[in-house]
Design a protein around this ligand. Structure first.
Ligand SMILES: [Zn+2]
Ligand SMILES: [Zn+2]
Length: 290
């Protein structure tokens, strides 16, 4: 009963939160930051495109625009937030059976705010880099991750084109390590927005020479090779999300030449569904047909 209550309350809380976000623009408003950051990168794509002959409204532009709002916003509304609150409560109760009150191993909330944010950003990005590798190496997870790799013309909005199962996989895996340093499922706005902006940047059709910073930050010239159809490794290259440094440290970096016009996707692209409704359930039933 207690869990059902948490589910219903969380669901109502989130519905109220979303309603508030839509009707009250303010500085902490994710929806308007998403719109603002998207317009910023789209404006750059229009004024200084890397692939000059790519259509301004590229293939799947509107599909990806829908994915942006669905993955960033609506998916949480239709239950993820509520389910994860129940999961957290269940997990805490489970720990309680062993007399563990909380998971915090290092109290970082006594540190200066900027070091907390930097730690959260770097740690979270490293966890995500590892999860991203798993999405490429575990066959069942790759089926879900194909949605992201089905992009044929690259642009900023492709950043948030991914299967909703990815949200569940990322959040589940990051939960315990983040809880150990005292971060819950509520994240810091600043870290989240910074990661959102870099993610949009990586997928944008723009050329911004980063100089030596390319060894630290992911960028369109590196990430295009992550989406390239023809690469030497079967399990992928350039897994970086916000930071490219992990790929340089662990030797998974790969930029053989200018990848501006590389064909994107994967081998059996023709069998991949082009419609949203089929993509949402992809990875569950398709596997049996093989
Ligand atoms: Zn990938
Ligand atoms: Zn990508």
């Amino acid at each position: 009963m207690e869990y059902i209550d948490i589910f219903i309350t969380s669901f109502k809380d989130y519905a109220r939160y979303v309603g508030n976000e839509v009707f009250n623009p303010h500085w902490g408003n994710y929806l308007y930051w998403l719109i603002g950051i998207s317009i910023f990168f789209y404006a750059l794509e229009l004024t200084m495109p890397w692939r000059k002959d790519q259509p301004k409204i590229r293939k799947d532009f509107w599909l990806d625009a829908f994915y942006m709002f669905f993955n960033f916003f609506l998916f949480s509304l239709v239950g993820y937030y509520a389910i994860s609150n129940v999961f957290v409560e269940l997990f805490n109760d489970f720990l309680g059976l062993f007399g563990i009150e909380n998971l915090v191993a290092i109290e970082i909330n006594t540190w200066p705010v900027w070091t907390q944010l930097l730690t959260l950003f770097i740690l979270r990005d490293f966890i995500h880099w590892n999860v991203h590798r798993l999405l490429h190496t575990v066959p069942a997870l790759w089926e879900f991750h194909k949605v992201h790799h089905s992009v044929e013309q690259m642009g900023f909005a492709a950043h948030l084109r991914f299967h909703w199962m990815e949200t569940i996989v990322y959040r589940t895996i990051e939960y315990i390590p983040l809880a150990m340093i005292g971060f819950g499922i509520q994240e810091f706005l600043l870290v989240h927005l910074f990661a959102l902006a870099i993610g949009h940047f990586n997928h944008s059709n723009i050329l911004v020479p980063l100089g030596p910073f390319k060894y630290i930050f992911n960028n369109p010239q590196m990430h295009i090779w992550h989406h390239a159809k023809h690469i030497p490794s079967k399990t992928g290259v350039n897994f970086g999300i916000s930071l490219s440094i992990w790929d340089y440290i662990f030797g998974t970096n790969y930029i053989p030449k200018d990848g501006r016009d590389e064909p994107l996707g994967f081998d059996d692209m023709d069998k991949f569904p082009s419609e949203l409704k089929d993509q949402l359930i992809y990875g569950f039933k398709r596997r049996k047909e093989k």
